[in-house]
Design a protein around this ligand. Structure first.
Ligand SMILES: Cc1cc2nc3c(=O)[nH]c(=O)nc-3n(C[C@H](O)[C@H](O)[C@H](O)COP(=O)(O)OP(=O)(O)OC[C@H]3O[C@@H](n4cnc5c(N)ncnc54)[C@H](O)[C@@H]3O)c2cc1C
Length: 418
């Protein structure tokens, strides 16, 4: 039975956006209730335990340089285990590291180039340094095109772009075609270059757990699905109608569109992550490895347990490998293709690896196409608000920021201090 204080602000959904909104409302001293359909917080940020291994529902990572991450999370309490800076690019049987702007010249030393290397290395280094130091306002006011058509891409030779930026951006954007907004690409690359990237020791689900734990006891009600809403009430399957002083819809985009006709349904990138268990780690380092070979079935792979040993119950290695844009059909065939390619990339036999599980998420992240508004309105009418990554950008930062914005707008309408 849901016991909701009369006329609380109701937040629908306890993903990152909903939890962010609820915390802002609660911090203003206003009663708030979060109604969540699932039995846990986090939405798309979820960790399951499978045969003792921590398995994030689709490989993802936390980047510390996002402003809302710094503002809303206690990263040290998450016990963040970090990747080595930059990524390893696998190309023609060897790897080279890019993206470590702290020692970019050394890091690019392994980059093979057609013309002897110096000029190409300098171009990539200059490009990454420029992106890392660009003010956000400049990124958001730069001309916006598809990422693949950006001037910075064409500043590199097509061959060099293909071997360096392309695989890294495809991984960051979940977009192998690089049709995403160039502004979004620069924002993602900028934060990746400036921050630490890592995994919470207890899995990505520790992020929403931490946010939920910061709310007063009993504020989040699990197992309550909202079926319709208006500005002063919601209808739930479990407990019928609940009156509210305001309603903030913080569901996934598809549910938001169903609850709030008139919202535009975004397109999505599909993400499929395959988890394998190996007796020994196929690489010793805590690196994210991206594929430069466009014919590879996957874009990126990592030995998760070398980054966060806490993801494994024993000394066995957990390998996460991500395929973008797959339709989910013929999973056994996909697993075989991935396993065969992993043997090449890690230069080790993979036939004895156990396939632990595959997470296929058809609507993983909304497409951020050119023309994207990074601050879509969150106020629909007085009393009714919407937030989620689809209102800002498809990222942890976007979800947290949109929730905070929706809550501030709610408090303003209620005439309350923020
Ligand atoms: C595989 C994958 C990899 C990713 N990688 C990264 C990454 O590396 N870095 C990064 O920054 N971002 C990444 N993201 C994106 C990031 O995880 C999302 O943008 C963010 O979690 C979205 O949060 P949200 O609160 O907007 O929505 P959601 O997480 O979708 O939360 C919505 C919540 O609403 C609840 N709900 C839905 N309908 C109802 C209803 N009718 N009644 C009550 N509750 C309801 C749901 O159960 C859910 O808890 C990734 C996402 C995926 C899926």
């Amino acid at each position: 039975m849901v016991d909701v204080r009369g006329n609380a602000v109701i937040v629908v959904g306890a993903g990152l956006a909903g939890l962010s909104a609820a915390r802002t409302v609660a911090a203003a001293g206003v009663p708030v209730t979060v109604l969540e359909a699932a039995d846990h917080p986090g939405g798309r940020v979820r960790t399951d335990v499978v045969d003792g291994f921590r398995v994030d529902h689709g490989f993802q990572s936390l980047t510390t340089s996002w402003p809302q991450v710094a503002r809303q999370l206690d990263v040290s309490a998450l016990g963040l285990r970090v990747f080595q800076p930059g990524v390893l690019v696998f190309e023609d049987g060897r790897t080279h590291r890019i993206g470590d702007v702290r020692r970019v010249r050394d890091a690019l030393g392994g980059l093979r180039t057609a013309n002897g290397g110096g000029a190409d290395r300098a171009r990539v280094a200059a490009l990454l340094a420029r992106v890392a130091s660009a003010p956000i306002a400049r990124v958001l006011s730069a001309p916006e095109v598809a990422t693949v058509d950006t001037p910075s891409m064409s500043a590199l030779s097509p061959e060099l772009a293909h071997r360096t930026l392309r695989p890294l951006l495809a991984t960051l954007l979940h977009d192998p075609q690089l049709r995403s907004s160039s502004r979004f690409a620069e924002l993602m690359l900028r934060s990746f270059l400036r921050g630490r990237v890592g995994l919470p020791a207890r899995g990505m689900a520790d992020i929403p757990r931490q946010l939920a734990a910061g709310l007063p006891t009993g504020v989040v009600r699990y197992g309550v699905r909202v079926s319709s809403i208006s500005a002063d009430r919601v209808l739930t399957d479990a407990v019928g109608e609940i009156r509210a002083s305001a309603v903030i819809v913080a569901t996934d985009p598809a549910t938001a569109v169903a609850l709030l006709p008139g919202l535009r349904m975004p397109e999505f990138h599909a993400v499929t992550t395959l988890y394998h268990v190996a007796r020994l780690a196929p690489r010793p380092d805590a690196s994210l490895l991206v594929e430069a070979d466009g014919r590879s079935p996957f874009t990126h792979t990592t030995v998760v347990s070398q980054v966060a040993p806490t993801y494994s119950p024993d000394r066995r290695a957990l390998v996460a490998t991500t395929v973008l844009g797959h339709d989910g059909s013929e999973p056994a065939k996909l697993e075989l293709r991935v396993r065969e390619r992993l043997a090449v990339v890690y230069d080790t036999p993979t036939a004895s690896w156990d396939h632990l599980t595959t997470c296929h998420i058809p609507c993983a992240v909304p497409v951020v196409a050119p023309g994207h508004n990074f601050r879509r309105p969150v106020r629909l009418i007085g009393g009714l608000y919407v937030c989620g990554d689809h209102r800002d950008s498809s990222s942890i930062q976007g979800a947290l920021a949109s929730g905070h914005r929706a809550a501030r707008s709610t408090l303003t309408d209620l005439g309350l201090p923020q």
